[in-house]
Ligand binder design. Sequence first.
Ligand SMILES: [Zn+2]
Length: 109
Amino acid sequence: MITHISPGIFILYTVQNGQPRFVGYDEHDIRAKVLKWVGRSYRYFKFDNSESAEAAFHKLCELYHTHKKTLDNTRHPEGSPGSAWRCLLCETFEKKERPGSSGRSLAKD
Ligand SMILES: [Zn+2]
């Protein structure tokens, strides 16, 4: 249970114990964010508190890269507007992937 307001990350699932389908974070109140999301297409969720908004962002990037293939997220997570936060994993991961090999055309926007 979350007992206090805290930044953090969440993972949403459509099937219990299935593949993660959506990941996100909140800089202020992860509990409120999760409650907003859950119950639409995603019936199951997990969340984790982070010690700071920036820590939550980095954790989210990690989740995004790890589960990219099964996620409905169409874009890489973005840091807080005006912040200088950068994903530390992009370089590492992108080097492993073949450039220009993304044949995905499922983006909705
Ligand atoms: Zn990244």
